[in-house]
Ligand binder design. Structure first.
Ligand code: ADP
Length: 240
């Protein structure tokens, strides 16, 4: 476990799947308190990068350090105790468990289970789910299930939160609500958020910085405005 306010530094990440180089020399830094967006066309390597940063995949080459501590080679369940929590593109809830139980299971599995109940309630409150706590997760709308997933991650009390397409399947109102929630997590708790999404409105409005991947390479990085106006980005992605 590390102290809070540590930044994540990934450098020279390469991921080869057989003959395919899915990610090619990607470096990035994520700081607590900022929202960092990772965008790019389908198959450009976004999820693979997130998987390497969260130790779901071990890179072929490269380093991922949190406050100077190397994470590569650790187990994905171990990184939660380092303050990194994430959600996945596909919803991974237990549909027959209640909202409370789903979040509580996640809280119990981190930080030695200490204060799990308090962390569960705090996460449910943050995501506006307190009044849904006793409902079976499988009966919730898709957007609400996505919020339960974020609550599960938050119950681990992360310093850094990785979200893989959190707004997928949400309508505009749900997406706006989600953005407001994420902004508060950053501003009030100082959490750093890494977000992969196709929704460019969400990325533009929410992110402090954005990196663009194309065919496994990072072709641009900057503020949303800088990235939007970058000719290489327009050519590779936005212009399609
Ligand atoms: P994105 O998230 O940007 O859509 P991905 O990271 O999922 O892209 O995939 C990047 C590339 O790596 C794609 O060509 C994909 O088919 C390939 N890929 C991803 N995971 C695997 C895997 N486990 N085995 C083989 N190829 C993979």
């Amino acid at each position: 476990p590390v102290e809070e306010h540590t930044e994540l530094q990934a450098s020279g990440l390469v991921m080869q799947f057989g003959g395919l180089t899915a990610v090619n020399d990607v470096s990035l830094t994520l700081k607590p308190g900022e929202i960092f967006g990772l965008i790019g066309p389908n198959g450009s390597g976004k999820t693979t990068v997130m998987n390497m940063l969260s130790c779901v995949l071990k890179p072929t080459v490269g380093s991922v350090k949190l406050g100077g501590t190397e994470l590569i080679g650790r187990k994905s369940n171990e990184v939660a105790n380092f303050g990194i929590a994430r959600t996945f593109q596909n919803i991974r809830l237990f549909p027959d468990l209640t909202v409370y139980q789903n979040v509580h299971v996640a809280a119990l599995s981190t930080r030695g289970g200490k204060n799990a109940e308090a962390r569960t309630y705090a996460a449910l409150e943050r995501l506006g789910l307190l009044d849904r706590a006793d409902e079976d997760s499988g009966t919730l709308s898709y957007g609400d299930q996505r919020r339960v997933e974020i609550a599960r991650a938050l119950a681990c009390e992360p310093t850094l939160l990785f979200l893989d397409e959190p707004a997928a399947g949400m309508n505009r109102e749900e997406t706006d609500d989600l953005m407001e929630t994420l902004r508060k997590l950053c501003a009030e708790l100082g959490i750093g958020i890494l977000i992969v999404d196709h929704d460019l409105k969400l990325i533009n409005e929410l992110c402090d910085r954005v990196a663009v991947l194309n065919e496994g390479k990072m072709i641009a990085e900057g503020t949303p405005e800088q990235v939007r106006n970058n000719p290489a980005v327009v050519e590779a992605y936005l212009g399609r």
